[in-house]
Design a protein around this ligand. Structure first.
Ligand code: DX5
Ligand code: ZN
Length: 219
């Protein structure tokens, strides 16, 4: 069995059939449900908020990997803990006191994640990496599904992997944006542990089979 994780992003699900799509992920070889929350301020788009996350949580049987693309995320840490998030990722660029935010997430019993925009250097995590459980490395500019993968990500993944090893951190590396069958294996070879895939899974003819293939490719 592979220890590499596949997390389908429900942003690309059919919201008119959300229960069906959550149950598809439950029954597939996927490991986590990736949930993208956007506020229309930190990113240009608004995705969905608490009532929708609650509905997803009611049907989901796998860990909820919540990716907050919002300003001042501290306001909602408790809320997402109560909604059942297992991992809560905040953006580096949206936190004034990142270390404090990470402690607050962990105090609520969740794993603490930090998401990095494509322009944000991994070196900026040097002083917090030991407190981070997951780094969500954006391989597109956050805000929308279905964008093209940014090739510079491979270099960033290996730089981050080196930093993690140097600092003896247990952080997992998650790649988010434009992940597909062409780049999945290469990303894992560069050091990625978790692959988020939205459009590639949900816009495919057979999402269950697509998830299975992705898992097999990175096994
Ligand atoms: C983008 C989101 C991603 C998105 C990925 O801002 O964070 O999780 O759903 O979608 P794809 O896989 O279509 O690029
Ligand atoms: Zn995401």
């Amino acid at each position: 069995m592979s220890t590499k994780i596949v997390a389908p992003s429900l942003l690309a699900a059919d919201f008119g059939n959300l229960q069906r799509d959550v149950e598809m992920v439950n029954q597939s070889d996927a490991d986590w449900h990736h949930i993208d929350v956007m506020d229309g301020v930190f990113v240009p788009n608004i995705s969905y908020g608490m009532p929708v996350v609650k509905a997803i949580a009611q049907h989901a049987t796998k860990p909820l990997d919540v990716h907050l693309m919002i300003v001042d995320p501290d306001r909602y840490i408790k809320t997402f803990a109560n909604l059942g998030a297992s991992i809560l990722s905040v953006h580096y660029e949206a936190c004034t006191h990142l270390h404090r935010t990470l402690q607050a997430i962990k105090a609520e019993g969740m794993k603490a994640g930090v998401a990095l925009n494509p322009h944000t250097s991994v070196r900026l995590l040097e002083d917090t990496i030991q407190d981070i459980d997951l780094i969500c490395m954006m391989s597109v500019n956050p805000g929308f599904g279905g964008q093209s993968f940014i090739e510079n990500t491979y270099q960033k993944v290996s730089d981050l992997k080196n930093l993690i090893e140097k600092k003896n951190s247990k952080a997992l590396i998650e790649i988010d944006g434009g992940v597909n069958a062409t780049n999945a294996k290469k990303l894992v070879d560069a050091g990625a542990d978790v692959l988020v895939a939205g459009s590639f899974v949900f816009k495919s003819e057979n999402p269950t089979a697509t998830i299975k293939n992705l898992k097999e490719q990175i096994a």
